[in-house]
Ligand binder design. Structure first.
Ligand code: CU
Length: 346
């Protein structure tokens, strides 16, 4: 690093002439200040231009978009990180390019490498350490705050969430991970189970994520929701859709040989359309629902209904021929017309 420019301006005071240095002809102290201010000007102007271009042109398109409150929060966080990172990146590049162009050896003068000034520059070192420390500490605080707001930022908070929605109407949707698909139960609509994930717009959703077998991870990408699916655990994640559309669901936890194929898509629809869909689906699936175990917040794969088991008695949950809940393969304990204990739609 050439220090001619930096020494003088970083501290705003003239750099002492380093003893033993041959000096650089053509760069007296006032010229160092000149270099420094030129660098600062180039850096500030380019940083402002690049930040503005990024924030307004690229920012609105940064994943995961703004389909929900939590997705919008994630996008905002990425944009804040980039707006802070771009000037740092530019600072390093501009200084390097400036040094290569302006202070290159072929411009004549004495050997630019070596001597006292090549060993360090206290002002620049101090400035660099303070600046990066402030940035990192700020981002640690900002990141921590953003991780918990709003409503846990779309992450799984375990069975007893700390950061809960202020909304009075929260729609619970149970997400059941299993090798190798996700199914969804709607406890407030009779507890029917489907592989279609349909959620109403402008409604706070509580995803109750659980698993029947191994650990999966429910990652509804454009919803900005990601929560681990553990057997026998009810992992709750909140979000509020802000616009209608299609979103992708993937499993984000290596869960076996077909993990890579474990994805499907879901839809955010207007609230009225959702209610119609839910009631129609509830009616269509009524006979299936009656064969399911009663709705519970968790299930275990190979136990009986009495302790929340999802599979019927005496059936290997991994058998190819078994259709769980089918008559003759052992009836799940609990009401044969088991609809949700939470069912409120009838
Ligand atoms: Cu999985």
């Amino acid at each position: 690093m050439s220090t001619d420019a930096g020494t003088a301006a970083a501290g705003g005071e003239p750099a002492p002439d380093a003893p033993g240095s041959a000096g650089t002809p053509g760069t007296p102290p006032d010229d160092r200040t000149h270099h420094w201010w030129r660098l600062i000007t180039i850096w500030v102007v380019l940083s402002v231009i690049l930040d503005l271009l990024y924030y307004f042109l690229v920012g609105p398109h940064v994943p995961p978009g703004t389909m929900t409150s939590t997705a919008g929060g994630a996008q905002f966080d990425f944009n804040v990180l980039l707006v802070i990172a771009l000037p740092v990146l530019l600072g390093v590049w501009i200084y390097m390019l400036y040094a290569i162009i302006v202070w290159r050896a072929s411009r004549g003068g004495s050997d630019p490498v070596g001597g006292e000034k090549a060993r360090g520059n206290l002002a620049i070192q101090t400035g660099w350490i303070i600046t990066t420390t402030v940035i990192v500490l700020f981002l640690a605080g900002f990141g921590t705050y953003e991780l918990v707001q709003p409503e846990g930022a779309g992450s799984g908070q375990g069975p007893i969430p700390i950061w809960t929605p202020t909304s009075h109407t929260v729609l619970p949707i149970q997400v059941i991970g299993q090798q190798w698909k996700f199914t969804y139960r709607y406890p407030t609509f009779g507890g029917f189970e489907t592989n279609q994930l349909v959620v109403p717009d402008h409604t706070t959703i509580a995803f109750h994520v659980t698993s029947l077998d191994v650990v999966h991870s429910f990652w509804a990408y454009q919803l900005g929701v990601k929560a681990d699916a553990n057997p026998a655990l009810d992992n709750v994640a909140f979000t509020t859709p802000q616009q209608t559309g299609t979103f992708i669901v993937r499993c984000a936890e290596l869960c076996g040989i077909w993990h890579g194929a474990m994805y499907n898509s879901g839809q955010v629809v207007p609230p009225g359309q959702f209610v119609v869909w839910a009631h129609v689906t509830e009616r269509l699936l009524r006979r299936n629902t009656a064969l399911l175990p009663p709705f519970a917040w968790t299930y275990v794969p190979d136990a009986n209904g009495a302790d929340g088991g999802y599979y019927p008695d005496n059936v290997d949950p991994y058998s190819k021929v078994q259709t769980y809940g089918a008559p003759g393969s052992g009836t799940p304990t609990g009401s044969p017309t088991s609809s949700s204990k939470l069912g409120t739609s009838r």
